[in-house]
Every structure is written in structure tokens, then in C-alpha cells.
Design a protein around this ligand. Structure first.
Ligand SMILES: [Zn+2]
Length: 333
């Protein structure tokens, strides 16, 4: 019988989507009231976290675009230094593996919302220079690159604007491939997702989504989308947002079992190599049993209980994500 806690401690565990306090949040190195900080990651045996420079969708004016870009750069600069000497900035798959070998927490930067590139795909290179490993193409609301799964009527969005990706969105995907950044299809419309999967030279992923067949939420992926992820070698990182897991249930009514039900569904549908784990902590994620990073071993315990072996759990907790990251890096020009 596998000891879940011992197994969990030995794994390279990667949470692929975490938000950071902005502006002027509490120090990451100290114990805080947030769901993720360095002490909680250590207690919870979380080896690496992808921290998102999140840019809310706003007006697509020159001023709005410039403000989005400036914010993303400032957030990436903050993410670079937030661990100080107590954690390590990791900007490649090899960096993450080395941090794990050295027993130090890995900080992996990312950008959430293609709005941040200010409708100029050429600016994505700056995000890569600052360490960003993936770009989420949109957030809630259509942007210059693509349609969102959640149009924003308050921003004047129609149900659909670009029919999926715009011409700029296609350019952005080519540029992300060139830079070796992963294309994150969380938050984008189904058409945009399928087009991005087909267009990208390397596997796309959803860094934080759940399963539509189990919970009919616009942010979740249906079977056709899951099959497309499998076909291109991508992954879906099941996430901990209660409303994506159980419709109409409050956070304290959703359980680790509900979460692993989504993960199980994806494993059965598209195979274990295409499924992973994310929290969306401090961005909407958290439920009974996985309220914050310190409780992360509860997932491993449930996976062991359901019969997953050590190698399977290692793949789910980070191996599959690293494979996609490496593919992106190898294809960089
Ligand atoms: Zn998100």
C-alpha cells in the first residue's frame, strides 16, 4: 500500500495556475491570509507554481491596450522577485526540474489574457524575456486576438466577434510558437480553442478548466475539445473553481471527490497523459479539502485511494505539463 503523504512529498508537484495579489499584496515569503504563499506551498508539498500576471479585459482603445501591457510587465517584474532567496525563478522546464532536485520552490511566470500584448504580437517577446512560460489567449470578454467563452455585455461584446481567432490571434500563435511559449486555451471560445489547437506547431493546453459533461459551465471543455487536446498532445489541467466542478454548490459543499471525478472523466476520455492539476487559487479556486496550497496532499491521497499508481500521479501532478512545456521550448526559433 502506497503511503500517500510519502509519495506526495517525493513528487514534483506543479500547480499550473495561481493568481497573485495586485497591487501591493502581502509578501509571498510570509504566512498570509491568501490561499498561496511560500509557507503554505512548503507545508502542502507543492514544488512549483505558475503565477499569472493577470490582466482584466478592458476597452480596446490605444490607452486601454497600453495600460494592459504596462500592468502585465509590472506584474511579471513583481513575480520575478517575489520569492527572494527563499524560492527560485524558473523560466524553463529544466529550471523547474533542477529546483525540485535542489529542494527549492519554483516560481514560474505566466500571462493571463492576450489583451496584455496591446494588439501587437511583437510585444509578446517582452513577456518571454521576463520569463513567461504561457499566455492565456483571453480572459472574460473578447479581445483583439480571439473570442472568449464568456462574452462581456458590459464591454459591448456580441456572442461572437471573430468567429474564433482573429488575424492578429493567428499571428500571436505563430509568435508564441517562435518564442517557445505554451498557448493556454482556458477562457477562449470553443471555436477559438479548436482553431488554436489546429494552428499551433506545439501542443496547446488549458491551464485551468474542468469538464462540461459533468458541469455545464461556459469555462469547461466538452468532449470534442478534450479529444482535440488529446489529438495534438496537449493537456487539460483540471481546476479547483467550485462553480466549474458542481453547478449551484458553494465552495464548502464541493469536495476533493468532486474534483477527482472531473480528473477521472478526463483520464477515461482522453488518457492519463493529457490531464493535470491546477488550483486557480486566489483567482476563484478552493473548496472543502483543498482550501489552500497547504492542503494539496489531499489530492494525492484521493488519487491513491482510487487506484492511481505512483507514476500516474507523478504525470498528473506535473509530468504532463512539463512534457508540453518542453515541446514548446524545443520548437522555439
Ligand atoms: Zn482564469
Amino acid at each position: 500500500m502506497t503511503d500517500p503523504l510519502a509519495l506526495h512529498r517525493a513528487l514534483l508537484t506543479i500547480d499550473t495556475h495561481i493568481d497573485i495579489p495586485w497591487p501591493n499584496g502581502p509578501a509571498f515569503r510570509d504566512e498570509t491570509t491568501r490561499r498561496v504563499d511560500l509557507p503554505k506551498m512548503r507545508r502542502g508539498g507543492v514544488g512549483a507554481g505558475c503565477f499569472a500576471a493577470y490582466v482584466p479585459q478592458g476597452p480596446r482603445t490605444p490607452e486601454g491596450h497600453e495600460a494592459a501591457y504596462v500592468r502585465a510587465v509590472a506584474m511579471l517584474e513583481a513575480i520575478r522577485v517575489m520569492g527572494g532567496d527563499a524560492a527560485r525563478l524558473c523560466v524553463s522546464a529544466a529550471d523547474i526540474e533542477q529546483a525540485h532536485a535542489d529542494g527549492i520552490t519554483a516560481i514560474v511566470p505566466a500571462v493571463e489574457n492576450g489583451h496584455a500584448c496591446a494588439a501587437e504580437p511583437g510585444r509578446l517577446a517582452r513577456f518571454r524575456e521576463l520569463g513567461a512560460r504561457y499566455l492565456t489567449l483571453s480572459h472574460n470578454g473578447h479581445n483583439a486576438l480571439c473570442d472568449s467563452s464568456n462574452p462581456r455585455a458590459d464591454l459591448g461584446d456580441a456572442a461572437e466577434e471573430h468567429g474564433g481567432l482573429s488575424a492578429l490571434g493567428r499571428q500571436a500563435i505563430a509568435e508564441l510558437n517562435r518564442l517557445g511559449m505554451v498557448i493556454d486555451i482556458a477562457h477562449v471560445s470553443k471555436k477559438a480553442m479548436l482553431q488554436a489547437a489546429g494552428l499551433s506547431r506545439t501542443p496547446v493546453m488549458s491551464t485551468h478548466s474542468c469538464i462540461k459533461a459533468l458541469c455545464d459551465n461556459a469555462r469547461n471543455l466538452d468532449d470534442e475539445q478534450l479529444d482535440a487536446l488529446r489529438d495534438v498532445g496537449g493537456v487539460v489541467q483540471i481546476t479547483a473553481v467550485p462553480s466549474f466542478l458542481r453547478a449551484g454548490k458553494k465552495a464548502d459543499e464541493v469536495t476533493v471527490g468532486d474534483y477527482v471525478d472531473h480528473l477521472d472523466y478526463a483520464v477515461r476520455r482522453i488518457g492519463l497523459a493529457h490531464v493535470g492539476i491546477s488550483s486557480d487559487f486566489d483567482g476563484g479556486g478552493g473548496f472543502a479539502g483543498w482550501r489552500d496550497a497547504s492542503e494539496s496532499a489531499n489530492l494525492t491521497a484521493e488519487l491513491v485511494r482510487r487506484g492511481y499508481g505512483a507514476e500516474d500521479i507523478a504525470a498528473l501532478w506535473g509530468g504532463n505539463f512539463l512534457r508540453v512545456l518542453k515541446r514548446a521550448e524545443q520548437a522555439a526559433e
